[in-house]
Ligand binder design. Structure first.
Ligand code: SF4
Length: 753
């Protein structure tokens, strides 16, 4: 049994009282979102009417989930905190590092050998610290979480942006960076800006070719990739209750594509059935007992405009399938207009590959409905024109659809079954024509379709649709096709048409599996975690030095970054992904994407020791070798983008002492504080213009560093003239302690002593 019944029971017991108190305090009915958030307030946050989109609030999530690419640095940091075990139930899922090439078995074997060191580290660290470990091949994080851990009314964070998938089982599940996961695993609170709430009312019932995927594809078209920013999307209405639990999961999963903090549905019979089918009847019964707390108050749904920040209504009776893309998931085209649009826009009409599955669409229902289309191709003697792959989301789903003769249908039509892993969804795809960078079209049932996402080719036009639509288009092999209206010519030269898909929501004979691939944490175990000093993928972290109690003087400017400087500019992804567990190696990408203000070039800055120009990491390493702290100067919203902690750890590792900018993206600012870097903003934005190449900085009076008290920054130019500018900061008293200790982790370790 992977799930923790006692934890769920304790959450429900407290929830009842907390929701009653919240309703009284706010003096109004509550959305489901508010019920979960307000019943998970951390002890440091009082119960009050928080201003949505403004107030920062501390929460206590029930669980943490991490995927293998992000878990490495999260666990390396956790090791620094001096805790024996994680404070909340946590899991690691090995899904991102498996490359799709020859099919499930061989791909898995190759990944196990290529990534052995990383898997051994994650598995032994999981055992040591009490973390559940899901082996490579066990499945994709979000599908495994839905099948085993998600529960209505719960709150979790996960180090992956599609963590909201668990909203399909009524959970507030939010994607975060590794540093946030470390906070929660060490028992600290987790901070979030109290979100706005968007209500989406679903009426009617899906029919014909339509599936849950089409709901979110339509929503993405309405709200665009930014429309959900800072908001939780709450679905309600009879249409919501008619959707299967896994269909709800698909909708919540792709809520990440509209920028939503998360999405969720209230508890209903579909969730009850899914919990029961996945061996959690006890949780289903418990949730049923507390069902009034596990959905929004009826007054809210009767008068949604009064309680939600925005309301959208979608009639499922009249919904039609959508195909979104290329290059962005919010370019939504209804199926009836797709062929004409594809021709008009000049998209490559030949569709080369159809890919179904992934964490977004690999439920039993998804596979069954797609298989019903593939079976028609066999029965009606129509050949698949496009290549075809299936990525099951978990070993439990794979085993069950294989047992029920659904998976073999795809093999009969020449499809390839890939590992239960991310594979082509995250670019881990050795596509046969990878060296050929021609324009081409592919269609997937995944969630993202940005340029290069799947195969690294910027000219691959990636379209996103439901698994059944992808399967139908793979048969036709063309974009100018509509399975609802068009016929195809079969091997006998006859005109045939596809019927709408059919398929069970849940396996009639129940789920089954021989080996889940789960290693449960053990109570008493003593394991030494060995990281080879020769490794180029893993490196044990060395605690950053505490502040020496002195003013910072004579700090050279490292770089004055011009314009947009996101976490991607600071710590690039792509080929650097493999170094996510090795701080020194990944630091070789420090700020290589940032534009140097003085020459408008990237990765070409002046070294003040030698007077020559070099790459940012080389100059920073030279300063470090000479025990010199340096300063990064940045523009507006410095560090926007992801919550990747590497963007703060790398400069700290390479001896950056101060980051002084016009303004920060909030999460990055917090990450810098956590790593012990002084994060400052120009009190006068135009002072950014005073910074010249070759400047040196002094931050004086740090022994009086205090909350709300600006800091004086003395700038000495190359001609020895100097001036003082005022810098603001947002450190609270705890964060000042982090700075003094050298990092948040040092501080935690110190108080544990
Ligand atoms: Fe992310 Fe794709 Fe993996 Fe899902 S399948 S977790 S979207 S990489």
């Amino acid at each position: 049994m992977a799930f923790d019944f006692d934890l769920i029971q304790s959450v429900y017991k407290q929830m009842a009282t907390k929701i009653t108190n919240a309703r009284e305090t706010l003096n109004r009915p509550l959305t489901y979102t508010e019920k979960i958030l307000l019943s998970h307030l951390h002890g440091t946050s009082e119960l009050k009417n928080y201003t949505r989109g403004i107030d920062y609030v501390n929460f206590s999530p029930d669980r943490v989930a991490m995927q293998d690419a992000t878990a490495q640095m999260a666990i390396l940091q956790f090791m620094q905190a001096g805790r024996d075990k994680v404070a909340v139930p946590s899991t690691v899922h090995c899904d991102h590092l498996i490359q799709a090439k020859e099919g499930a078995k061989k791909d898995l074997q190759r990944a196990e050998s290529t990534n052995k060191e990383v898997y051994d580290f994650l598995s032994s660290a999981s055992q040591k610290y009490g973390i559940g470990f899901w082996k490579p091949g066990a499945g994709i994080i979000h599908q495994v979480v839905l099948e085993n851990y998600a529960f209505p009314g719960g709150m979790m964070i996960g180090t992956d942006s599609h963590t909201p998938n668990a909203g399909g089982l009524g959970m507030v599940a939010i994607g975060v960076g590794g540093a946030d996961a470390v906070d929660v695993m060490t028992g600290l609170s987790w901070e979030l800006k109290f979100p706005k709430v968007i209500g989406i009312k679903l009426t009617g019932k899906l029919n014909g070719w339509c599936s849950a995927k089409d709901v979110i594809l339509k929503v993405a078209g309405i709200l665009t990739v930014k429309g959900g920013t800072g908001s939780i999307v709450e679905y309600f209405g009879e249409g919501a209750q008619s959707l299967s639990c896994t269909g709800k999961g698909t909708i919540c999963n792709m809520g990440a594509e509209i920028g939503a903090t998360t999405s969720l549905f209230g508890f209903d019979n579909q969730m009850y059935d899914y919990l029961s089918a996945t061996d959690r009847k006890s949780v289903a019964e418990l949730a049923y007992q507390y069902k009034d707390h596990l959905t929004g108050d009826q007054e809210v749904y009767d008068n949604p405009e009064a309680y939600f920040d925005q309301v959208i209504e979608i009639d499922l009776n009249n919904l039609e399938p959508y195909i979104n893309g290329p290059f962005t998931p919010d370019l939504a085209t209804p199926l009836s207009q797709f062929a004409e649009t594809a021709k008009a826009k000049g998209w490559p009409l030949n569709m080369e590959v159809g890919l179904i599955g992934s964490c977004t669409n690999s439920s039993y229902e998804d596979i069954a409905r797609a298989a019903s289309i593939a079976q028609q191709a066999l029965d009606k003697k129509i050949e698949f024109k496009a290549d075809f792959t299936v990525t099951p989301g978990s070993e439990q789903v794979r085993y069950t659809v294989d047992r029920d003769n659904l998976l073999p249908v795809f093999e009969k039509i020449g499809g390839t079954v890939l590992s239960n892993a991310c594979g082509p969804c995250i670019g881990q795809w050795a596509r046969h024509n990878a060296e050929n960078l021609e324009e081409n079209s592919i269609m997937t049932s995944f969630n993202r379709n940005f340029a290069k996402r799947n195969d690294g080719n910027p000219k691959t036009h990636g379209f996103v649709a439901s698994p059944e639509i992808v399967t139908a288009f793979s048969i036709a092999g063309r974009l100018d096709f509509n399975p609802i209206t068009d016929t195809l010519i079969n091997k006998d030269g006859q005109e045939v048409q596809l019927d709408p898909p059919t398929g069970d929501t849940l396996p009639p004979r129940g789920f089954n599996v021989e080996d889940l691939g789960f290693v449960a944490p053990q109570e008493h175990i003593n394991i030494n975690i060995i990281i080879s000093p020769e490794s180029d993928r893993l490196q044990e972290l060395t605690p950053f030095k505490p502040w020496d109690g002195k003013d910072m003087v004579d700090l050279p400017l490292l770089i004055k970054a011009k314009g947009k400087c996101t976490t991607d500019h600071i710590s690039m992804a792509g080929p650097w992904l493999k170094y996510r567990g090795h701080l020194d190696n990944i630091s070789n990408n420090l700020l290589i994407g940032a534009v140097n203000f003085f020459n408008e070039e990237t990765n070409h800055i002046k070294n003040q020791i030698t007077g020559t120009y070099d790459t940012v990491p080389s100059v920073a390493r030279d300063y470090k070798a000479n025990s010199i702290l340096s300063v990064i100067v940045g523009d507006e919203n410095y560090g926007e983008g992801s919550s990747r902690e590497h963007a703060a750890m790398e400069p700290r590792h390479l001896n950056v002492g101060v980051v002084l900018v016009r303004s920060f993206a909030r999460i990055h600012e917090t990450n810098l504080k956590k790593q012990g870097i002084l994060a400052l903003t120009f009190a006068n934005h135009s002072d950014y213009d005073k910074i010249l190449e070759g400047d040196r900085f002094a931050i004086k009076g740090l022994d009086h560093f205090a909350t709300g008290k600006p800091v004086q920054v003395e700038i000495t130019h190359q001609d020895n003239s100097s001036e003082v500018v005022v810098a603001n900061h947002t450190y609270n008293s705890l964060q000042i302690e982090w700075f003094k200790a050298g990092s948040c982790l040092n501080y935690i370790k110190n108080i544990n002593k």
